[in-house]
Ligand binder design. Structure first.
Ligand code: CAA
Length: 416
């Protein structure tokens, strides 16, 4: 099915970025929100992105005008009777999303595809709410949506193959690289990213390293990521990271337990760049005295598991690598697709010989050596806890038969 008209529900940063992609690809799009001021923000966001392209000589002013005219803004569903596809991009609250999907099921034509840009929540549940689960799937974009190349496509339990194929073709038309992912909490990329970001926050609260130290060690001049984990969390929104982590915590337990400092910062309304402060003070990206004070308070109140622990790049990167092996083990995606998704969705790269080389987590593990990775994970598990317990597939790959020994050892530690 070819998509001729589209709509986006939710005019936040992601909704605005997605509307830009449709308009730039020549597809008329309606952006709907319940708040007029959100629609104004989305209008400004689109203009800014187009204007930058004109200023850089990548687009002429007439094309910008035509593209902007392809976008309409609405406070109701009047235009939805003619759409071929809708992307929901409202806040990460299943009650809100279920209501939107119920409404979409009532107003969209029977053939329309209903997609969610959710970061982690159940597609099948949204499908049920819509009353037409065969037409519902996840279409997950990455922030900034107009820049990052990846689109995760997540079929729900009832999604028809032709719907998946249509959305895969649409993603390519929007200039993206689609990767189809089996449904699980957090899907693929957030599932591997969040333990990495959370470990950065754990290092901070344990006094292992400061915010700028962690970012310098992981960023472009350090490990090789395009930006450090705290800069990334400030860009994504600490509230967004908190919602995803709280959900993963509820779904996966122990190994995804959210760092207390993240919760405290969200409670203090330090939500990141958009709020003028997160892990850094903004604008200016300066080290924050308030964050340092909150860390000291957490340590003094005994809410930190391993105060005075040692920082290492491995703590963050191997948390991500291990989760990638768990995704491989569960068949969430193939090894090749896991690597492709992390490079296209997160810009993952490794600094080698002075160059940043794009590389996904499984190739990185091969590069380090699987035996070495297993050894380092076992050391982290012994010193920092069971969240680092190596994936079975890694243990079996290195030493078939070693899994039961590792299991015995883990059980022993839990009893001590
Ligand atoms: N907030 C929003 N947009 C930003 C930004 C920020 N903090 N920093 C840069 N950008 C935009 C710029 O405005 C620019 O847009 P235009 O092309 O329209 O001008 C574009 O990104 C490129 O910016 P720069 O030229 O300054 O390029 P850069 O080399 O510094 O790259 C970056 C910036 C693309 C953001 C790069 O640092 C990067 O790839 N970072 C990693 C981002 C990432 O991991 N995203 C995925 C997060 S996970 C997610 O989104 C899933 C979820 O559900 C939470």
């Amino acid at each position: 099915m070819r998509i001729r008209k589209a709509a986006v529900v939710g005019a936040g940063a992601m909704g605005g970025g997605i509307a830009y992609l449709f308009s730039a690809a020549g597809i008329p799009v309606t952006v709907k929100d319940v708040l007029p001021q959100q629609l104004d923000l989305a209008r400004e966001h689109l203009k800014r992105v187009y204007q930058r392209r004109v200023d850089r000589g990548r687009l002429d002013a007439d094309t910008m005008q035509e593209s902007l005219e392809r976008v309409s803004y609405a406070l109701d569903y009047a235009a939805f009777g003619e759409v071929d596809l809708v992307i929901e991009a409202v806040p990460e609250d299943m009650r809100v999303k279920a209501r939107v999907f119920r409404e979409l099921g009532g107003v969209c034509p029977p053939h329309a595809i209903l997609a969610s840009n959710t970061s982690a929540l159940s597609i099948s549940e949204m499908g049920k709410a819509s009353g037409r689960p065969q037409h519902v799937l996840g279409m997950h974009f990455f922030n900034p949506a107009h820049v990052m190349k990846l689109v995760e496509i997540i079929p729900g339990s009832a999604t028809k193959d032709e719907v998946v194929n249509a959305v895969r073709a649409l993603a390519r038309r929007l200039g993206k690289e689609p990767v189809v992912v089996r449904e699980c909490p957090g899907f693929l990329v957030n599932r591997v990213l969040m333990p990495y970001l959370n470990e950065a926050a754990i290092c901070l609260q344990e006094g292992a390293a400061s915010v700028p130290e962690v970012d310098a060690a992981l960023g472009p001049d350090g490990f090789g990521w395009p930006m450090g984990p705290f800069t990334l969390m400030d860009m994504l929104g600490l509230d967004v990271c908190h919602h995803i982590l709280a959900y993963l915590d509820a779904q996966y337990g122990e190994r995804a337990q959210e760092a207390a400092v993240l919760r405290r910062l969200v409670g203090a309304c330090r939500l990141g760049q958009k709020a003028g402060g997160g892990f850094y003070d903004h604008p200016g990206h300066a080290r924050s005295e308030e964050v340092d004070r909150i860390v000291r308070e957490l340590q003094a109140s005994g809410q930190v598991d391993s105060p005075g622990s040692t920082f290492s790049v491995d703590r963050l990167v191997l948390a991500l690598v291990n989760e990638a092996f768990l995704c491989l083990e569960e068949g969430i995606a193939s090894g090749e697709e896991i690597d492709k998704a992390c490079v296209a969705g997160l810009g993952m790269a490794v600094r080698l010989g002075g160059e940043r080389v794009p590389m996904g987590p499984l190739t990185y593990a091969e590069h380090v050596g699987l035996e070495e990775v297993l050894g380092r994970l076992l050391h982290l598990e012994r010193t920092l806890g069971r969240r680092f317990r190596p994936a079975s597939v890694l243990t079996l790959e290195v030493a078939p038969g070693a899994e039961s020994a590792a299991g015995d050892r883990g059980a022993g530690e839990a009893q001590c």
